[in-house]
Each structure stands twice: as C-alpha cells, then as structure tokens.
Design a protein around this ligand. Structure first.
Ligand code: NDP
Length: 280
C-alpha cells in the first residue's frame, strides 16, 4: 500500500504560512494584490477562478476578478493587461487559460509584466528557470516540488520520468527536477515504448490529460507517482493515473482530487506574496 500524499492538507499548511507572510507585509503597509482575468463561460475555468479568488481572500490577499465576455477582442484584453501592469494595487496578474480561439495566448502572456507574472509563463520567467536564475516559477510544478520536500522524498540521483511536455506543467517540471539533481526522462505522444521507460522510473509525474492512463503494470514497485491530471470521466473527476492498479505498487501516490490541484492554488498565493515582497 502506498503512502497517500495529502495535497489538500499540505496546501492548507502552505496557505497558513502565506497568511503569516501577508500579515508581516501588512506591518509595512503592503497588501499583496492579485488580478485575475477570466474570459468566457468555460465551466472548469470559472470553477478554478472562483477557487483562486476565494483562497486569495482567505489568506488576506486583495483579489479582483475581471470576467469578460468571450467576444472580447485581443486588443481589448491587451489594453486591460497594460492597465493592470501599471496598477499599483496588483502585484500579480493571472489570465485564466485557455483563451477563446480568436485570442493569441502567447501574445497575451508576453503582455504581462514579468514581475507580475505569477503563473511564470512569460518567456522572461521561462528563461530564468532554464538558466537557474531568480524568477516566477509555474505553480503546478513548484507545488509538486514542495510535496517532495514535505514528504522527504529525495530527488538527487533518482530517475524521474515526466509524461507530458506542456509549457504549463511538463517542461517547467523537467527544469525543477534537473535543478534538484534528478536524472530526467521526458515523454510525450511520440515516445516509443512509454511503459518500458516508466518502469525504469523512481518517480513518475503524469501530466497527460487522459483519464487513468498510467496503470499498475507501467510502474516499478516502490516508485513515487505524482498525478497531475484533472479529467472528467463518467461525471466524476479523475487523474491521469489509474489509482486502483497503481496504488498497490507505488511507495507514494497523490490522489485526484486532493493531490496536486490544491497545491497549485497554494503556490499561486505564495507567488503573489513573493511578487509583493520583491516590489517592497
Ligand atoms: P497538455 O494537453 O498541454 O499536454 C499534454 C501532454 O501529454 C503533451 O505533451 C502530450 O504530448 C502528452 N501526451 C498526450 N497523449 C499522450 C500519450 N498517449 N502518451 C504520452 N504522452 C502523451 O496538458 P497540460 O500539461 O496542460 O495538462 C495535463 C493534465 O494536467 C490535464 O489533465 C490538465 O487538466 C491537468 N492540469 C492540472 C493542474 C493541477 O493543478 N492539478 C494544472 C494544470 C494542468 P505532445 O506534446 O506530443 O502532444
């Protein structure tokens, strides 16, 4: 039986620490502010934004959600971002992805001031991470690194297999694992003999977006399995890992829900406070 990594509990621990940091900043007259921009009525995005807004308010961050119709033009959105870049109330700006097809995601990301880019998606921050320089680090992979730390899971010299190479999860995860001296294999949809590779892994990070994709026969006994996936299957939320067959084989496993998801939000709050502290 694997040890269950309780992301929900660790996220609560992180949020409590963030609340303390917010209170300290208040002593210097600073209130961290987060501007969240949501476009359209995508149900999952609306739910994520609600979660982020509520969590921010609970730790004492000033949070403001701008909800725009899906007819919003790219020029209009860029104008809003430029205003937010100059608005001193906000230390962090988050544009909830995905955007409607008529808006270029990369153009929007590049419009956000790097120091306010609490998602860590701006090329400046992506480059800083690759070079090992200070910057904003994407919330999901950074939250996973915190889970490794809290659960005392060593990374140095261990073989980590990351399935997925998105800008949001897979690639920054690779950079963070490399920086922690893991040996990293990156897999994607063109990878040959994926199961042969995952069976060599001491640590598997599944960020694929396919329900229950990683099964017990793909996992080496005693491996640590981190499930990033959030999929809707038969009306329920499930991960990219088939929990039922993997849990008996793994040494540690994150559940879905209550695993990586809550850590992503906790890390976003932490990044916002970091942005406020840096400006201070
Ligand atoms: P993307 O769709 O951007 O990337 C998916 C990756 O999986 C791609 O690199 C793709 O390869 C790879 N892939 C797809 N099919 C296969 C396959 N058959 N074998 C091997 N690799 C494959 O997704 P994201 O990275 O944005 O998200 C991944 C999952 O994580 C989703 O379920 C998402 O909802 C969830 N998520 C959860 C978060 C959380 O906080 N818990 C935060 C962000 C995302 P290729 O590049 O070749 O197409």
């Amino acid at each position: 039986m694997a040890i269950l990594i309780d992301g929900k509990a660790w996220a609560a621990h992180d949020r409590a620490q963030t609340a303390v940091a917010v209170a300290k900043l208040a002593d210097s007259g600073i209130k961290p502010g987060l501007a969240v921009v949501l476009i359209g009525e995508h149900p999952a995005s609306m739910s994520y934004v609600r979660g982020k807004d509520k969590a921010a308010s609970e730790v004492g961050i000033y949070s403001e959600v701008t909800h725009l119709p899906s007819s919003m033009t790219e020029a209009g959105l860029l104008h809003l971002i430029r205003e937010l870049n100059h608005d001193e109330r906000f230390h962090g700006i988050l544009v909830q992805l995905p955007l409607p097809a008529h808006i270029n995601e990369q153009t929007v990301i590049e419009a956000i001031a790097p120091r306010k880019d609490v998602d860590g998606f701006h090329p400046f921050n992506v480059g800083a991470l690759a070079l090992g320089l200070p910057g904003m680090v994407p919330c999901t992979p950074l939250g996973i690194m915190r889970l490794f730390e809290y659960e005392n899971i060593p990374l140095e010299g261990r073989h980590a297999v990351v399935i997925g190479r998105s800008h949001i999860v897979g690639k920054p995860m690779v950079q963070l694992l490399l920086a922690a001296n893991a040996t990293v294999t990156v897999c994607h949809s063109r990878t040959k003999d994926l199961a042969g590779l995952t069976r060599q892994a001491d640590i598997i990070i599944a960020a694929i977006g396919k329900p229950r994709f990683v099964t017990g026969d793909m996992v080496k006994p005693g491996a640590v399995v981190i499930d990033v996936g959030i999929n809707r299957s038969e009306g329920k939320i499930c991960g990219d890992v088939d929990f039922a067959s993997v849990e008996p084989v793994a040494s540690h496993i994150t559940p879905v829900p209550r695993g990586v998801g809550p850590m992503t939000i906790a890390t976003l709050l932490n990044n916002t406070v970091k942005a406020a502290s840096l400006r201070a």
